[in-house]
Design a protein around this ligand. Structure first.
Ligand SMILES: [Mg+2]
Length: 105
């Protein structure tokens, strides 16, 4: 499986938990990365923050391009799941409550 994790309100809110989730899933052969609505130009900053929080380097880091900035995060995340073949996402979808989203939703 390819598993995506949101950054703001998810990975950065519960870094110890998601560090363990990332390692466990990888240990079972899954690919785990970050899908964030943050702009592409902040890629280095996101990776640096993950290191500071003790998170492993993600298998992929998908961010919003310039033209995608106008798309609401909820819509964009679902588009990315289909486009990138991401089976599951952990995301707070700006609600503050982290939940698991399946691609078919
Ligand atoms: Mg979020």
């Amino acid at each position: 499986m390819r598993v995506g994790i949101d950054f703001h309100g998810t990975v950065n809110a519960y870094p110890e938990y998601f560090a363990q989730v990332m390692r466990e899933l990888r240990g079972h052969g899954h690919r785990v990365g970050i899908v964030t609505g943050a702009p592409e130009w902040s890629r280095a900053k996101i990776l640096e923050r993950m290191t500071e929080l003790g998170l492993p380097r993600p298998d992929f880091l998908i961010m919003k391009s310039g033209v995608e900035q106008a798309i609401p995060n909820v819509t964009w995340k679902h588009l990315v799941m289909r486009r990138e073949g991401i089976d599951l996402m952990f995301d707070d979808l700006d609600t503050g409550v982290v939940r698991l989203i399946e691609r078919s939703e």
